[in-house]
Write a protein that binds this ligand. Structure first.
Ligand code: ARG
Length: 462
Protein backbone atom coordinates (compact mmCIF):
# COMPACT_ATOMS: atom_id res chain seq x y z
CA UNK A 1 0.00 0.00 0.00
CA UNK A 2 1.25 3.50 -0.77
CA UNK A 3 2.28 5.61 2.21
CA UNK A 4 0.30 8.62 3.47
CA UNK A 5 3.19 10.77 2.37
CA UNK A 6 3.09 9.47 -1.24
CA UNK A 7 3.31 12.34 -3.71
CA UNK A 8 6.87 13.33 -4.38
CA UNK A 9 7.60 9.59 -4.54
CA UNK A 10 5.34 6.65 -5.28
CA UNK A 11 5.25 5.85 -1.59
CA UNK A 12 6.03 2.23 -2.39
CA UNK A 13 8.94 1.11 -0.25
CA UNK A 14 10.90 -2.10 0.06
CA UNK A 15 9.62 -4.31 2.86
CA UNK A 16 12.93 -4.63 4.72
CA UNK A 17 13.43 -0.90 4.30
CA UNK A 18 10.01 -0.51 5.93
CA UNK A 19 11.10 -2.68 8.79
CA UNK A 20 14.14 -0.48 9.34
CA UNK A 21 12.12 2.70 9.02
CA UNK A 22 9.12 1.76 11.09
CA UNK A 23 8.84 2.72 14.74
CA UNK A 24 5.23 1.89 15.54
CA UNK A 25 6.27 -1.23 17.48
CA UNK A 26 8.09 1.04 19.91
CA UNK A 27 6.16 4.31 19.82
CA UNK A 28 2.62 2.85 19.93
CA UNK A 29 2.83 3.13 23.70
CA UNK A 30 2.56 6.92 23.29
CA UNK A 31 -0.92 6.66 21.73
CA UNK A 32 -2.60 8.47 24.61
CA UNK A 33 -0.17 11.40 24.48
CA UNK A 34 -0.41 11.50 20.69
CA UNK A 35 -4.19 11.71 20.83
CA UNK A 36 -4.29 14.29 23.63
CA UNK A 37 -1.72 16.35 21.75
CA UNK A 38 -3.76 16.17 18.55
CA UNK A 39 -6.92 17.18 20.39
CA UNK A 40 -5.17 20.25 21.76
CA UNK A 41 -3.86 21.00 18.29
CA UNK A 42 -7.35 20.76 16.78
CA UNK A 43 -8.72 23.00 19.54
CA UNK A 44 -6.02 25.59 18.84
CA UNK A 45 -6.62 25.45 15.07
CA UNK A 46 -10.38 25.96 15.64
CA UNK A 47 -9.90 28.77 18.13
CA UNK A 48 -7.56 30.60 15.75
CA UNK A 49 -9.96 30.17 12.82
CA UNK A 50 -7.39 28.13 10.89
CA UNK A 51 -10.03 25.42 10.60
CA UNK A 52 -13.73 25.80 11.40
CA UNK A 53 -15.02 25.22 14.91
CA UNK A 54 -17.22 22.39 13.59
CA UNK A 55 -14.22 20.66 12.08
CA UNK A 56 -12.27 21.15 15.29
CA UNK A 57 -15.07 19.62 17.32
CA UNK A 58 -15.37 16.68 14.95
CA UNK A 59 -11.62 16.09 15.11
CA UNK A 60 -11.62 16.20 18.91
CA UNK A 61 -14.58 13.79 19.13
CA UNK A 62 -13.10 11.49 16.49
CA UNK A 63 -9.80 11.39 18.37
CA UNK A 64 -11.63 10.67 21.63
CA UNK A 65 -13.36 7.74 19.96
CA UNK A 66 -10.02 6.38 18.74
CA UNK A 67 -8.66 6.60 22.26
CA UNK A 68 -11.66 4.76 23.66
CA UNK A 69 -11.51 2.11 20.96
CA UNK A 70 -7.82 1.52 21.55
CA UNK A 71 -8.41 1.20 25.27
CA UNK A 72 -11.40 -1.12 24.93
CA UNK A 73 -9.57 -3.26 22.39
CA UNK A 74 -12.11 -2.46 19.63
CA UNK A 75 -9.22 -0.98 17.65
CA UNK A 76 -5.70 -2.35 17.44
CA UNK A 77 -2.50 -0.88 16.10
CA UNK A 78 -1.82 -1.42 12.44
CA UNK A 79 1.82 -2.37 12.38
CA UNK A 80 2.09 -1.50 8.70
CA UNK A 81 1.75 2.18 9.61
CA UNK A 82 5.14 3.83 9.97
CA UNK A 83 4.60 5.22 13.43
CA UNK A 84 1.93 6.07 15.98
CA UNK A 85 1.36 9.51 14.47
CA UNK A 86 0.62 8.08 11.01
CA UNK A 87 -1.59 5.42 12.52
CA UNK A 88 -3.81 7.83 14.43
CA UNK A 89 -4.09 10.18 11.46
CA UNK A 90 -4.86 7.26 9.16
CA UNK A 91 -7.68 5.97 11.36
CA UNK A 92 -9.04 9.48 11.83
CA UNK A 93 -9.08 10.07 8.08
CA UNK A 94 -10.67 6.67 7.42
CA UNK A 95 -13.38 7.58 9.88
CA UNK A 96 -13.92 11.31 9.19
CA UNK A 97 -12.89 11.67 5.55
CA UNK A 98 -11.65 15.12 4.57
CA UNK A 99 -12.04 16.57 8.06
CA UNK A 100 -9.44 14.10 9.28
CA UNK A 101 -7.03 15.43 6.70
CA UNK A 102 -7.20 18.91 8.26
CA UNK A 103 -5.60 17.89 11.56
CA UNK A 104 -2.02 18.08 10.37
CA UNK A 105 -2.28 21.78 9.44
CA UNK A 106 0.50 23.87 11.01
CA UNK A 107 2.17 20.81 12.42
CA UNK A 108 4.81 18.25 11.50
CA UNK A 109 5.65 14.86 12.89
CA UNK A 110 8.90 16.47 13.95
CA UNK A 111 7.28 18.70 16.56
CA UNK A 112 4.56 16.11 17.19
CA UNK A 113 6.94 13.35 18.21
CA UNK A 114 8.93 15.70 20.42
CA UNK A 115 5.68 16.73 22.09
CA UNK A 116 4.45 13.17 22.61
CA UNK A 117 7.73 12.03 24.07
CA UNK A 118 7.90 14.91 26.55
CA UNK A 119 4.35 14.20 27.67
CA UNK A 120 5.00 10.49 27.96
CA UNK A 121 8.20 10.89 29.93
CA UNK A 122 6.82 13.45 32.37
CA UNK A 123 4.13 10.88 33.27
CA UNK A 124 6.79 8.22 33.69
CA UNK A 125 8.81 10.58 35.85
CA UNK A 126 5.77 10.97 38.11
CA UNK A 127 5.48 7.17 38.39
CA UNK A 128 9.17 6.92 39.16
CA UNK A 129 8.80 9.52 41.90
CA UNK A 130 6.09 7.40 43.52
CA UNK A 131 8.23 4.28 43.34
CA UNK A 132 11.18 6.09 44.88
CA UNK A 133 8.93 7.34 47.65
CA UNK A 134 7.69 3.79 48.29
CA UNK A 135 11.25 2.57 48.64
CA UNK A 136 12.11 5.48 50.92
CA UNK A 137 9.20 4.58 53.15
CA UNK A 138 10.43 1.00 53.36
CA UNK A 139 13.90 2.22 54.31
CA UNK A 140 12.51 4.43 57.05
CA UNK A 141 10.47 1.55 58.44
CA UNK A 142 13.44 -0.84 58.40
CA UNK A 143 15.53 1.83 60.14
CA UNK A 144 12.91 2.52 62.80
CA UNK A 145 12.39 -1.13 63.56
CA UNK A 146 16.05 -2.02 63.96
CA UNK A 147 17.32 0.73 66.20
CA UNK A 148 19.15 -1.75 68.39
CA UNK A 149 20.98 -3.53 65.58
CA UNK A 150 24.71 -2.78 65.49
CA UNK A 151 26.81 -3.89 62.55
CA UNK A 152 30.38 -3.33 61.50
CA UNK A 153 30.71 -0.34 59.21
CA UNK A 154 33.25 -1.00 56.44
CA UNK A 155 35.90 0.78 54.50
CA UNK A 156 37.76 -1.21 51.83
CA UNK A 157 35.25 -3.92 52.78
CA UNK A 158 37.32 -4.32 55.97
CA UNK A 159 35.59 -3.88 59.30
CA UNK A 160 36.15 -0.26 60.26
CA UNK A 161 33.92 1.09 63.02
CA UNK A 162 30.64 -0.14 64.46
CA UNK A 163 27.47 1.59 63.24
CA UNK A 164 23.79 1.22 63.82
CA UNK A 165 22.26 -0.81 61.00
CA UNK A 166 19.77 2.06 60.48
CA UNK A 167 22.70 4.45 59.96
CA UNK A 168 23.80 2.29 57.03
CA UNK A 169 20.27 1.97 55.65
CA UNK A 170 19.64 5.70 55.89
CA UNK A 171 22.64 6.36 53.67
CA UNK A 172 20.54 4.85 50.87
CA UNK A 173 17.61 7.06 51.81
CA UNK A 174 19.83 10.11 51.28
CA UNK A 175 20.82 8.85 47.82
CA UNK A 176 17.22 8.23 46.84
CA UNK A 177 16.15 11.68 47.97
CA UNK A 178 18.77 13.12 45.64
CA UNK A 179 17.61 10.80 42.84
CA UNK A 180 14.06 12.06 43.23
CA UNK A 181 15.35 15.61 43.23
CA UNK A 182 17.33 15.04 40.05
CA UNK A 183 14.28 13.60 38.31
CA UNK A 184 12.16 16.53 39.38
CA UNK A 185 14.77 18.91 38.12
CA UNK A 186 14.93 17.27 34.71
CA UNK A 187 11.14 17.45 34.40
CA UNK A 188 11.42 21.24 34.68
CA UNK A 189 13.24 21.36 31.36
CA UNK A 190 11.20 18.50 29.90
CA UNK A 191 7.94 20.31 30.51
CA UNK A 192 8.50 22.83 27.74
CA UNK A 193 6.30 22.47 24.66
CA UNK A 194 7.91 22.07 21.23
CA UNK A 195 4.58 21.96 19.37
CA UNK A 196 4.24 24.68 16.81
CA UNK A 197 7.89 24.43 15.83
CA UNK A 198 6.46 22.44 12.90
CA UNK A 199 9.01 20.85 10.56
CA UNK A 200 11.82 23.11 11.76
CA UNK A 201 11.09 26.73 10.89
CA UNK A 202 7.72 27.46 12.42
CA UNK A 203 4.66 28.17 10.31
CA UNK A 204 2.89 30.80 8.24
CA UNK A 205 -0.43 30.15 9.99
CA UNK A 206 -1.44 32.29 12.95
CA UNK A 207 -1.11 29.62 15.56
CA UNK A 208 -1.22 30.17 19.31
CA UNK A 209 1.55 28.06 20.72
CA UNK A 210 1.09 29.29 24.25
CA UNK A 211 -2.58 28.38 24.29
CA UNK A 212 -1.86 24.90 22.92
CA UNK A 213 0.94 24.34 25.44
CA UNK A 214 -1.35 25.46 28.25
CA UNK A 215 -4.03 22.94 27.24
CA UNK A 216 -1.40 20.22 27.62
CA UNK A 217 -0.17 21.47 31.00
CA UNK A 218 3.24 22.62 29.82
CA UNK A 219 4.97 25.33 31.82
CA UNK A 220 6.51 27.00 28.82
CA UNK A 221 7.18 26.75 25.07
CA UNK A 222 10.44 26.11 23.21
CA UNK A 223 11.59 29.55 22.09
CA UNK A 224 13.39 28.40 18.94
CA UNK A 225 11.71 26.16 16.41
CA UNK A 226 14.93 24.44 15.30
CA UNK A 227 15.80 23.65 18.89
CA UNK A 228 12.19 22.64 19.49
CA UNK A 229 12.42 19.75 17.04
CA UNK A 230 16.10 18.88 17.60
CA UNK A 231 16.35 18.84 21.37
CA UNK A 232 16.43 15.48 23.13
CA UNK A 233 18.31 16.71 26.18
CA UNK A 234 15.29 15.76 28.26
CA UNK A 235 15.79 12.09 27.30
CA UNK A 236 19.49 12.25 28.05
CA UNK A 237 18.93 14.03 31.34
CA UNK A 238 16.33 11.51 32.39
CA UNK A 239 18.61 8.62 31.48
CA UNK A 240 21.46 10.26 33.36
CA UNK A 241 19.28 10.60 36.43
CA UNK A 242 18.18 6.98 36.02
CA UNK A 243 21.76 5.81 35.57
CA UNK A 244 22.69 7.39 38.89
CA UNK A 245 19.59 5.93 40.51
CA UNK A 246 20.47 2.48 39.14
CA UNK A 247 24.04 2.88 40.38
CA UNK A 248 22.60 3.43 43.86
CA UNK A 249 20.29 0.46 43.57
CA UNK A 250 23.18 -1.68 42.36
CA UNK A 251 25.29 -0.77 45.39
CA UNK A 252 22.39 -1.64 47.65
CA UNK A 253 21.71 -4.84 45.71
CA UNK A 254 25.37 -5.79 46.03
CA UNK A 255 25.18 -5.36 49.79
CA UNK A 256 22.03 -7.45 49.90
CA UNK A 257 23.90 -10.18 48.02
CA UNK A 258 26.81 -9.97 50.46
CA UNK A 259 24.66 -9.74 53.56
CA UNK A 260 22.61 -12.77 52.60
CA UNK A 261 25.72 -14.92 52.07
CA UNK A 262 26.71 -17.42 54.77
CA UNK A 263 29.89 -15.42 55.28
CA UNK A 264 27.86 -12.44 56.51
CA UNK A 265 24.31 -13.65 57.24
CA UNK A 266 23.22 -10.17 58.34
CA UNK A 267 19.87 -10.68 56.62
CA UNK A 268 17.75 -13.40 55.17
CA UNK A 269 15.72 -12.67 52.07
CA UNK A 270 12.14 -13.80 51.82
CA UNK A 271 11.65 -16.83 49.56
CA UNK A 272 9.70 -14.57 47.20
CA UNK A 273 12.96 -12.82 46.25
CA UNK A 274 15.27 -15.79 45.89
CA UNK A 275 15.62 -18.82 43.66
CA UNK A 276 16.95 -22.34 44.14
CA UNK A 277 19.65 -24.13 42.22
CA UNK A 278 18.74 -26.89 39.80
CA UNK A 279 21.63 -29.01 41.11
CA UNK A 280 22.68 -27.79 44.60
CA UNK A 281 19.87 -28.50 47.05
CA UNK A 282 21.18 -26.18 49.75
CA UNK A 283 21.09 -23.04 47.60
CA UNK A 284 18.96 -19.97 48.19
CA UNK A 285 20.22 -17.52 45.61
CA UNK A 286 19.60 -13.77 45.62
CA UNK A 287 18.99 -13.68 41.85
CA UNK A 288 16.73 -10.64 41.91
CA UNK A 289 19.25 -8.55 43.81
CA UNK A 290 21.93 -9.71 41.36
CA UNK A 291 19.74 -8.73 38.43
CA UNK A 292 19.13 -5.28 39.83
CA UNK A 293 22.91 -4.97 40.06
CA UNK A 294 23.24 -6.40 36.55
CA UNK A 295 20.56 -4.34 34.84
CA UNK A 296 22.34 -1.19 35.88
CA UNK A 297 24.72 -1.84 32.99
CA UNK A 298 21.79 -1.84 30.62
CA UNK A 299 20.58 1.56 31.71
CA UNK A 300 24.11 2.96 31.34
CA UNK A 301 24.12 1.38 27.86
CA UNK A 302 20.87 3.13 26.97
CA UNK A 303 22.36 6.45 27.99
CA UNK A 304 25.66 5.90 26.18
CA UNK A 305 23.83 4.64 23.10
CA UNK A 306 21.69 7.74 22.77
CA UNK A 307 24.53 10.11 23.57
CA UNK A 308 26.41 8.46 20.76
CA UNK A 309 23.46 8.68 18.38
CA UNK A 310 23.22 12.41 18.98
CA UNK A 311 26.89 13.13 18.78
CA UNK A 312 27.56 15.21 15.68
CA UNK A 313 23.96 15.13 14.41
CA UNK A 314 23.33 18.22 12.31
CA UNK A 315 20.26 20.36 13.01
CA UNK A 316 17.34 19.94 12.80
CA UNK A 317 15.42 16.64 12.69
CA UNK A 318 17.21 13.53 11.43
CA UNK A 319 15.74 10.06 11.35
CA UNK A 320 18.51 8.83 13.65
CA UNK A 321 16.54 10.57 16.37
CA UNK A 322 13.83 7.94 16.15
CA UNK A 323 16.20 5.72 18.15
CA UNK A 324 15.57 7.91 21.20
CA UNK A 325 12.43 6.10 22.25
CA UNK A 326 13.81 2.58 22.40
CA UNK A 327 16.65 3.77 24.61
CA UNK A 328 14.70 5.94 26.99
CA UNK A 329 11.76 3.52 27.28
CA UNK A 330 14.14 0.70 28.12
CA UNK A 331 15.87 2.80 30.78
CA UNK A 332 12.55 3.83 32.31
CA UNK A 333 11.05 0.33 32.22
CA UNK A 334 14.17 -1.19 33.74
CA UNK A 335 14.42 1.35 36.55
CA UNK A 336 10.73 1.02 37.35
CA UNK A 337 10.89 -2.75 37.50
CA UNK A 338 13.96 -2.68 39.71
CA UNK A 339 12.38 -0.18 42.11
CA UNK A 340 9.22 -2.24 42.24
CA UNK A 341 11.18 -5.36 43.19
CA UNK A 342 13.77 -3.93 45.55
CA UNK A 343 11.18 -2.18 47.76
CA UNK A 344 9.27 -5.31 48.83
CA UNK A 345 12.53 -7.31 48.85
CA UNK A 346 13.90 -4.98 51.51
CA UNK A 347 10.55 -4.73 53.23
CA UNK A 348 10.31 -8.49 53.71
CA UNK A 349 13.95 -9.32 54.42
CA UNK A 350 14.67 -10.64 57.91
CA UNK A 351 17.30 -8.60 59.74
CA UNK A 352 19.60 -10.76 61.88
CA UNK A 353 21.00 -8.40 64.55
CA UNK A 354 22.80 -11.14 66.51
CA UNK A 355 24.95 -11.99 63.53
CA UNK A 356 25.64 -8.33 62.88
CA UNK A 357 26.75 -7.86 66.48
CA UNK A 358 28.96 -10.93 66.37
CA UNK A 359 30.69 -9.53 63.32
CA UNK A 360 30.98 -6.15 65.03
CA UNK A 361 32.65 -7.69 68.05
CA UNK A 362 35.48 -9.22 66.07
CA UNK A 363 37.97 -7.44 63.93
CA UNK A 364 39.08 -4.70 66.33
CA UNK A 365 36.55 -2.21 65.09
CA UNK A 366 36.89 -0.38 68.40
CA UNK A 367 40.61 0.33 67.89
CA UNK A 368 39.90 4.00 67.07
CA UNK A 369 38.05 4.25 70.37
CA UNK A 370 41.02 2.70 72.18
CA UNK A 371 43.17 5.48 70.78
CA UNK A 372 40.52 8.05 71.76
CA UNK A 373 40.67 6.69 75.34
CA UNK A 374 44.32 7.72 75.52
CA UNK A 375 43.61 11.06 73.85
CA UNK A 376 41.01 11.69 76.53
CA UNK A 377 43.80 11.13 79.07
CA UNK A 378 45.99 13.71 77.39
CA UNK A 379 48.07 11.84 74.79
CA UNK A 380 48.32 13.35 71.28
CA UNK A 381 46.21 11.35 68.82
CA UNK A 382 49.08 10.18 66.60
CA UNK A 383 50.93 8.70 69.60
CA UNK A 384 47.73 7.08 70.88
CA UNK A 385 47.15 5.69 67.38
CA UNK A 386 50.58 4.03 67.36
CA UNK A 387 50.18 2.43 70.79
CA UNK A 388 46.71 1.14 69.88
CA UNK A 389 48.08 -0.40 66.70
CA UNK A 390 50.77 -2.21 68.67
CA UNK A 391 48.19 -3.49 71.14
CA UNK A 392 46.04 -4.81 68.27
CA UNK A 393 49.08 -6.64 66.91
CA UNK A 394 49.74 -8.12 70.36
CA UNK A 395 46.11 -9.21 70.69
CA UNK A 396 46.33 -10.99 67.33
CA UNK A 397 49.53 -12.77 68.45
CA UNK A 398 47.85 -13.88 71.68
CA UNK A 399 44.43 -14.71 70.23
CA UNK A 400 42.71 -11.99 72.27
CA UNK A 401 40.41 -9.07 71.45
CA UNK A 402 40.59 -5.59 72.98
CA UNK A 403 37.73 -6.40 75.38
CA UNK A 404 39.62 -9.40 76.84
CA UNK A 405 43.08 -7.84 76.87
CA UNK A 406 44.13 -7.53 80.57
CA UNK A 407 44.51 -4.10 82.15
CA UNK A 408 48.08 -4.95 83.21
CA UNK A 409 48.95 -5.65 79.61
CA UNK A 410 47.41 -2.31 78.57
CA UNK A 411 49.43 -0.54 81.25
CA UNK A 412 52.62 -2.03 79.87
CA UNK A 413 52.02 0.14 76.78
CA UNK A 414 50.96 3.27 78.63
CA UNK A 415 50.46 4.24 82.25
CA UNK A 416 47.50 6.35 81.10
CA UNK A 417 45.31 3.25 80.63
CA UNK A 418 42.74 2.87 83.42
CA UNK A 419 39.83 0.59 84.32
CA UNK A 420 37.39 2.74 82.29
CA UNK A 421 39.16 1.62 79.10
CA UNK A 422 36.70 -1.30 78.93
CA UNK A 423 33.73 1.08 78.98
CA UNK A 424 35.32 3.29 76.38
CA UNK A 425 35.83 0.43 73.93
CA UNK A 426 32.51 -1.35 74.39
CA UNK A 427 30.53 -1.55 71.17
CA UNK A 428 27.70 0.44 72.77
CA UNK A 429 30.07 3.28 73.63
CA UNK A 430 31.63 3.22 70.19
CA UNK A 431 28.20 3.73 68.65
CA UNK A 432 26.58 5.99 71.21
CA UNK A 433 29.50 8.38 71.60
CA UNK A 434 29.38 9.26 67.91
CA UNK A 435 26.98 12.10 68.57
CA UNK A 436 28.19 14.43 65.83
CA UNK A 437 25.45 15.50 63.45
CA UNK A 438 24.95 12.77 60.87
CA UNK A 439 26.89 10.32 63.08
CA UNK A 440 25.77 6.89 64.19
CA UNK A 441 24.59 7.50 67.79
CA UNK A 442 20.95 6.63 68.45
CA UNK A 443 20.08 10.30 68.89
CA UNK A 444 21.68 11.29 65.65
CA UNK A 445 20.06 8.43 63.75
CA UNK A 446 16.63 9.36 65.13
CA UNK A 447 17.26 12.90 63.98
CA UNK A 448 18.09 11.59 60.50
CA UNK A 449 14.92 9.51 60.42
CA UNK A 450 12.84 12.56 61.31
CA UNK A 451 14.65 14.56 58.65
CA UNK A 452 14.07 11.95 55.95
CA UNK A 453 10.39 11.66 56.90
CA UNK A 454 9.99 15.41 56.62
CA UNK A 455 11.71 15.41 53.23
CA UNK A 456 9.43 12.61 52.04
CA UNK A 457 6.46 14.73 53.06
CA UNK A 458 7.60 17.97 51.47
CA UNK A 459 9.53 16.70 48.46
CA UNK A 460 6.84 14.41 47.12
CA UNK A 461 3.64 16.33 47.63
CA UNK A 462 2.42 18.34 44.63
N1 ARG B 1 8.71 8.18 13.97
C1 ARG B 1 9.43 9.40 13.92
C2 ARG B 1 10.33 9.51 15.14
O1 ARG B 1 10.09 8.83 16.06
C3 ARG B 1 8.49 10.56 13.90
C4 ARG B 1 9.05 11.77 13.23
C5 ARG B 1 9.23 11.50 11.79
N2 ARG B 1 9.53 12.66 11.04
C6 ARG B 1 9.97 12.57 9.82
N3 ARG B 1 10.22 13.67 9.20
N4 ARG B 1 10.18 11.44 9.21
O2 ARG B 1 11.27 10.26 15.16
Amino acid sequence: MAKMWAGRTSGETDSLADELNSSIGVDCRMYRQDIRGSQAHAAMLGRQGIITQTDAEQLIAGLEQILQDLESGALSFDMSCEDIHMFVEQVLTDRLGDVGKRLHTARSRNDQVALDLRMYLRDEAADLQKLIRDLLQVLVRVAEQNMKAVMPGYTHLQRAQPVLFPQHILAYAMMLLRDADRLRDCVKRMNVSPIGSCALAGTTYETDRIYEAGLLAFDDIAMNSIDGVSDRDFCLEMMSALSILMMHLSRFAEEIVLWSSWEFKFIELSDAYTTGSSIMPQKKNPDMAELIRGKTGRVYGDLMGLLTTFKGLPLAYNKDMQEDKQAVFDAVDTAKLCLQVIAPMVDTMKVLPDNMRRAAQNGFINATDLADHLVKKGLPFRSAYKISGEIVADCIRKGLVLETYPLEAYKAYSELFAEDVYDDISIETCVEKRISKGGTSTGSVLEQIAWVKERIKTQFEE
